[in-house]
Ligand binder design. Sequence first.
Ligand code: TA6
Length: 285
Amino acid sequence: MTTSDSISVSTNQDGLSFINIDNAHATAKVSLFGAHLMSYCPKSDGKERLWVSPHAYLNGEKPIRGGIPLCWPWFGHNHGQEKGTLPSHGFLRTQTWSIANSKDTSEGTELTLLPAFTKAKGFDHKCEVKLVIMIGESLSVSLITTNIDDHEFSIDCALHTYFNVEHIGKTTIDGITGDYEDKTRESAVLTTPTPYFVSEETDRIHFCEAPNITIVEDGVRTTEITSSGNDTIVVWNPWHGAASLSDMDAFGYKHMLCVETTVTQGYGLQPNETHVLTQVISTAK
Ligand code: TA6
């Protein structure tokens, strides 16, 4: 049901549909392919918070490079089978979703999106999934999973957000402490540096207590990232590895930083239990 005056739907030449939101608080854009947030720009400072590769596939052939890809019911290649046999990061981000509801509230525009399917090769449990997005002075994204089967099953999931940064070399990350698994150093467990800069290929799974607040400061904008329902935060930048990605230019790494709200250690959902993974993106107060 659509009761919102602040949205319009457009379709590109490849048949992909996009929801365009423009309300008193912000503008945003969501691709129905992948329920994929591609843009969020608060009107308070007019600074785009999300980065999307200029070479992103927008034809449904591949996941969109940038914005907020949804990873579920596994993260990366962690699906218990041979790497490459199943799609990286699961199968929500490569299917077309539908709008279950949209409404304008005093806080902003709320969208509820539903996937076409929640079972596929590698995952055969009955569950309901929805994505609830609130576009307001802050952007709130919640990936919600309910176990409607008669047994427990485990999921990993992530809001794999690509943040727009002026220059990675001038960007700092605050609020992450403790140990991390370094996927660029054979999963060595190391201690989060302070101050936290990115100056090489970075692929780190930070262990954390939820909820937690991370601040990304790039000299042009400050972004506060509040995570809940997560057991880790992943920080990723491909650095020179960007050159090997078909949907990213070699220097694209200079203008993006992934700070991902993630469940990577397995969350066991009991029958009738609901798990909510939320990331709130806001201009720092
Ligand atoms: O979140 C970090 C990561 O798991 C990296 O290892 C890298 O694979 C990145 O995700 C991008 O994955 P994708 O499948 O979207 O190319």
